[in-house]
Design a protein around this ligand. Structure first.
Ligand SMILES: Nc1ncnc2c1ncn2[C@@H]1O[C@H](COP(=O)(O)OP(=O)(O)OP(=O)(O)O)[C@@H](O)[C@H]1O
Length: 260
């Protein structure tokens, strides 16, 4: 990875009294209730909790893709009123365009940035593909890539727009253990050098403790914050370390208690 790469830093996030009620075919669903969370600029925060406790909903609210039923979200003191280029979401499924090659996919994400010529978009896309180790695959078709490579393309696409907040929804959930371990190293390295704020949803407690400065545990139906844990282990962290296993099994025990 090129040492010269450096992002714009992160922004501060203030979530105050956020609740979300969906009115769907099943009637009212209380997805979130009274979420208060302050996230520092550059902090890496992992959200964990039982299935359906509203983690994705909160991520979507921060992204500006959903709106809270009550409460507010502010980025550096400015209320979120919709999606913006300061935030990028990366999903479990890479959602790449199969008719574009690897380079084309990353360049496509840059079309929303005003004032960039095609050659500038290409240069930025190439730089970010190098950053995630895909410099030799720029012209590959998407169907030629492994699951891990596809997530690397998605990561390069997310990073290319220089987000100040990276919102990641189980981005490594579908990958095998070895590929995930490599990506844990890469994402820690990128976060250390870029300093963007990262909010990362996962079901994998070890992953949360390996990556997060802080892990936030939610209760189910409606999702509320029931506990938070500071992770003071130095980076780069090894997912197989003893200390990491101890903290992750403590959170898993608390999760089982919260899910009852
Ligand atoms: N658009 C929607 N309309 C109605 N209900 C919704 C909608 N989106 C989410 N929900 C409901 O809100 C609740 C929270 O969903 P959400 O996807 O945020 O949970 P989650 O914690 O991310 O779940 P998982 O860990 O399984 O991905 C669930 O009961 C879900 O069915």
């Amino acid at each position: 990875m090129g040492e010269e790469h450096c992002g714009p830093g992160g922004c501060k996030l203030r979530i105050a009294g956020v609740s979300k009620v969906f009115e769907g075919r099943r009637g009212k669903v209380e997805a979130l209730e009274g979420i208060n969370l302050n996230i520092k600029a550059g902090e890496f925060v992992c959200l964990v909790g039982p299935s359906g406790c509203g983690k994705t909903t909160l991520l979507n609210i921060i992204a500006g893709l959903e709106f809270p039923s009550s409460g507010t979200v502010e980025l550096d003191g400015v209320p979120v009123s919709g999606p913006g280029r300061d935030r990028t979401v990366m999903f479990q499924e890479s959602a790449l365009f199969p008719w574009l090659d690897v380079l084309g996919n990353v360049m496509f994400g840059l079309k929303l940035v005003p004032g960039l010529t095609r050659s500038a978009r290409m240069a930025i896309a190439e730089k970010n593909l190098e950053l995630v180790g895909l410099q030799d695959c720029m012209h590959a078709h998407i169907h030629e890539l492994s699951g891990g490579m596809k997530q690397r393309v998605a990561l390069a696409r997310a990073l290319a727009t220089n987000p100040r907040i990276l919102l990641m929804d189980e981005p490594f959930g579908a990958l095998d253990a070895m590929t995930r371990e490599q990506l844990y190293q890469d994402i820690q390295d990128i976060h250390l050098r870029w300093g963007m704020t990262i909010i990362f949803v996962t079901h994998n407690m070890r992953e949360a403790v390996c990556l997060g400065d802080r892990v936030i545990l939610f209760t189910p139906h409606p999702g509320r914050i029931c506990e938070e844990y500071s992770v003071d282990l130095p980076h780069p962290r090894d997912i197989n370390s003893q200390e990491l296993a101890l903290l992750s099994s403590r959170i898993t025990r608390d999760l089982k208690g919260a899910a009852k």
